[in-house]
Design a protein around this ligand. Structure first.
Ligand code: NOJ
Length: 497
């Protein structure tokens, strides 16, 4: 659908009455064809963790086994209860006037043991009803196949570190295309592989393996293979009969040199290749495969550490070709910016992604804060990220699949309006002045939800959820009114507090 969109740029110049004379005010307007949406993910909102045949996911078992690893010791067992309340969620989206809804499908709700021999009818029913409700209300479903809730049974085989998982992921994707193919306007195979490979296999997100510089690379390797294989299967079996497109969501925080020095500039560019190029280069560059600098650094550091093979696996020539070009568009998640300085530390014998990357990451204390330690408000980094993507990968089609901010509980979230406003202005400049090929923007998130190891302590919703109330009451924040104006008019309102 989206690849057929022709972007027409219109900039409105509105004449408004001033006190004594007319003043000309330039309004920030996006092209008519530009799309606005909102996003959520299955584990973060659905609840119903063990209902009607659903299998267990790694986030179910992780939150149950290690409550101390979750900030408020809570779980996603009930979350915002969207499994039961999805019609209410759709009503909120109707109020917003958004054109699409990005949500994810829970793999173990569809395939309880991860494999396609047993399909859970209730899972198919649930997502069909959600999609029908959306379509009846003129909201297009944009679906993520994998937003981190891996079936537990597959983690018992090593999860994303076991190469066989790519085949199982293809089987799962085929079930999705067969059952929902004609309802979904755009598919995303994965959400933020950097986060779940580095954070999950290299750190303390589920499954919490903490094997940085080793398991994270195995995970990334199999995710890239799985993505490419799904895309090629889609081309062979479904492309001709479905009016849809298939992409992947990658997260890209802007990485700015800490100082104007050449060494920090090199460190920042290296960091971009490690954090973003790791997944983007094999798919979106013209030559494919991992970024050269990543290959070079990890091969040489592995050798110095006494490994007999590189900790970063090698693709076969066929795999490089299969993965290269395997996306109709790039889904980009962008929230914040970091500074990068060259690390002066000596490499130890302990493998680590950070040491392989070789930069020290920080943020300026003067940058405005949010309610998440990692998220500072730096809109100019958004424009720079988009321009970097444009240059590195020949201006691919991009949809912003997430952007948003966490704040304290409360309905008067003026700072959220300022955040969205600032980031949308940066995006608008990237589109109109820099000609970056972006055709959609998705706010994260529609409603407050389970923020992984931060539990319910960090709230990103346009709608507040009262997690203590039995019916998980949703209440509009003032940012929802602001965003409704944006989604309906495609122009940024002049907001008067
Ligand atoms: C990225 C993830 O995709 C999403 O699950 C998370 O809640 C937001 N960022 C905010 O941290």
């Amino acid at each position: 659908m989206y690849s057929r969109i022709v972007i027409v740029f219109t900039l409105f110049v509105a004449l408004e009455a001033g006190s004594a004379h007319y003043v000309t005010q330039e309004r920030v307007c996006f092209p008519e064809s530009f799309q606005f949406g909102v996003a959520t993910a299955s584990y973060q909102i659905e609840g119903a963790w063990n209902v009607s045949g659903k299998g267990e996911s790694i986030w179910d078992s992780y939150t149950h086994m290690y409550p101390e690893r979750i900030f408020d010791h809570k779980t996603g067992d009930v979350a915002a209860d969207s499994y039961h309340l999805f019609k209410e969620d759709v009503k909120l989206m109707v109020k917003l006037g958004v054109q699409y809804y990005r949500f994810s499908i829970s793999w173990p709700r569809i395939l309880p043991n991860g494999l396609s021999n047993e399909i859970n009818k209730d899972g198919i029913r649930y997502y069909n009803e959600l999609m029908d409700e959306l379509i009846q209300n003129n909201i297009q479903p944009m679906v993520t196949m994998y937003h981190w809730d891996l079936p537990k049974s597959l983690q018992e085989l090593g999860g994303w570190t076991n190469p066989i998982i790519a085949d199982y992921f293809v089987d799962y994707a085929r079930v999705l295309f067969n059952n929902f193919g004609n309802k979904v306007s755009a598919w995303l195979t994965f959400n933020e592989p950097l986060s779940f490979c580095q954070g999950g296999y290299g750190g303390l997100d589920a499954p919490g393996d903490q094997a940085s510089g080793f398991e994270d690379y195995l995970c990334g390797h199999n995710v890239l293979r799985a993505h490419g294989m799904v895309y090629r299967m889609y081309q062979e079996e479904f492309e001709a009969k479905l009016l849809t497109s298939v992409g992947i969501t990658l997260d890209f925080s802007w990485l700015e040199p800490a100082m104007e020095s050449l060494e920090d500039k090199i460190a920042a560019e290296t960091a971009r290749q490690f954090f973003f190029g790791w997944f983007a280069h094999p798919i979106f560059s013209s030559i494919g495969d991992y970024p050269q600098i990543m290959r070079k650094r990890i091969d040489s550091i592995s050798k110095k550490q006494g490994f007999h093979r590189s900790r970063l696996p090698y693709f076969t020539t066929e795999e490089i070709e299969m993965i290269r070009g395997s996306a109709d568009f790039l889904g980009l998640n962008h929230y914040t910016t970091y500074l990068v300085a060259k690390s002066k530390k000596k490499i130890s014998s302990e493998p680590s992604f950070a040491a392989d990357m070789g930069g020290i990451i920080s943020q300026k204390s003067s940058w405005p804060k949010s309610n998440s330690t990692w998220l500072k408000v730096v809109p100019w980094g958004f424009r720079l990220s988009l321009n970097w993507v444009k240059r590195a990968y020949n201006n691919p089609l991009v949809v912003i699949t997430e952007n948003g901010v966490s704040l304290e509980k409360g309905l008067l979230d003026k700072r959220r309006i300022e955040y969205i406003d600032g980031y949308l202005k940066a995006l608008h400049t990237a589109i109109t002045k820099d000609h970056c090929n972006v055709y959609g923007y998705t706010y994260w998130s529609l409603i407050d939800n389970f923020e992984w190891t931060r539990g319910y302590s960090e709230r990103f919703g346009l709608y507040q959820v009262d997690f203590d109330s039995p019916n998980k009451t949703r209440k509009p924040r003032i940012s929802s009114e602001y965003y409704a104006r944006v989604a309906r008019t495609k122009c940024l309102p002049i907001w008067d507090f």
